[in-house]
Write a protein that binds this ligand. Sequence first.
Ligand code: ASP
Length: 388
Amino acid sequence: MLRFWTLEAGPWTLNMNAAVAPARRPIQTPPIPDSPFPYHPGSLLSVDDLALDEVSRILERATALDREDPLQRARILAKRRVALLFYESSTRTRTSFELAAKSLGADTTLISSLSSSIEKGESLKDTGLTIKALGAETIILRHNSSGAPWLLEEATRLPILNAGDGMHEHPTQALLDLRTILAHFDPQSRSCHPELSKNRHPERSRSAAQNGEVEGSAFPIVHVTADTLAGVTVTIVGDIQHSRVARSNMRLLPRLGGRVVLCGPPQLLPEIATQTGPGVSIERDFEAALRQSTVVMMLRIQAERLAGLQLDLDEYQAGYQLTGERLREFAPRALVLHPGPIIRGLELTAGVADGPQSAIVEQVRHGVAIRMAVVERALGAIPQKDRL
Ligand code: ASP
């Protein structure tokens, strides 16, 4: 029996007739600056804003902060004010940003679109100016519109951290994915070992786990260059079209020498995706893609963004679901990642999600370390005088 999944558009496209696929408006991506400037130097809007030595600096600080004594760590941003402004729901990103800021000693406040004046029609600009007037020193923004963090930066001149903007970018997710890959990466064989971080130094790993540290943080690679990931193939599978996680990874990983292979059906992966930049290619055959993979990154179908597109779920699962059999046969040594939320039984089976090749839960823990580093960076950077 065929199962079709017809998805209503979100509230921002209320007039769309869900039965007829609306003509897609061209996506206006914000201009990409050559350097972080003229944006606030503490902002993190896109992975393109980060030179490789800044990526290294963030990885280095993530590890240092992860290992820091919690009482010392709580002094770093003591009483500084961090606002989280969320127009979309979130579990991992919101909680990890909040815990990261709090563990550095900052005061945090959450403004979500469902319980604030945003519901009454207040604009992003006015909400941002209000939050700034209340004393926020940085704003962590998740928004359903691509480009919203740039507008907020322009309006408030505060350091803005992009926690996911529409179908555009999710820079901290790409950084935490990178940290997870590096924690399992063996530079000699140029491959990832799902068990590597646990097996190499079992003593260290055990005590790290007892201290709440991330597995693998005992031997991280924190200095990255243009060939750190040479020989590594990261296959991103599923709904690439609507995924900001895919976009940030496609922009970051090739800069470190990694190869990104995209895999999915044409409705969710248009040919134009390869134009994102060098090092990105498409392989429609999932099993052929798996055979090449060092890392397999599975994605959720972004139901909230499909706007009337119809998908035959049985066909999708037959072609692209990551099952234990597929993994054993075609990628028995690959590391399995997923940004979450995972839909067990759709893009991957429960056995794969909980299996020995999965680093999905570990990714969440790397997220806290990365977000400590970017919140510290946001509040530690000195604003450019000429912009104020
Ligand atoms: N959590 C990720 C995001 O916010 C992935 C997802 O929602 O599927 O983009």
